[in-house]
Design a protein around this ligand. Structure first.
Ligand code: ZN
Length: 91
């Protein structure tokens, strides 16, 4: 989807907005719903997430799955929503 053009910055790793897009999970090509991105993350929310999840890692040699960090959606213009439930950002 993203092709670097004319020396554009590497920030083009963010998928560009297109009316029709492929879902990164189920590969469905559709005119997926959109919603506005959430505002920038509150540093307190990130600290709370880290307190809840990071300490679980490596306890007693037992490694548990750590859910992904909260995503900062403020870098996106829109958030696409697939019928499968997958959401991803485009700019
Ligand atoms: Zn999907």
């Amino acid at each position: 989807m993203t092709t670097p053009r004319n020396g554009m910055r590497a920030a083009s790793t963010i998928e560009r907005f297109t009316a029709w897009a492929m879902c990164p999970r189920c590969k469905s090509v559709d005119c997926h719903s959109i919603r506005p991105p959430k505002p920038a993350l509150d540093p307190d929310d990130v600290a709370e997430w880290e307190a809840d999840h990071v300490t679980m890692h490596g306890w007693n040699g037992f490694i548990r799955h750590i859910p992904p960090k909260p995503l900062d959606e403020s870098v996106f213009e829109v958030i696409r929503i697939c019928k499968c439930g997958k959401e991803w950002g485009q700019a």
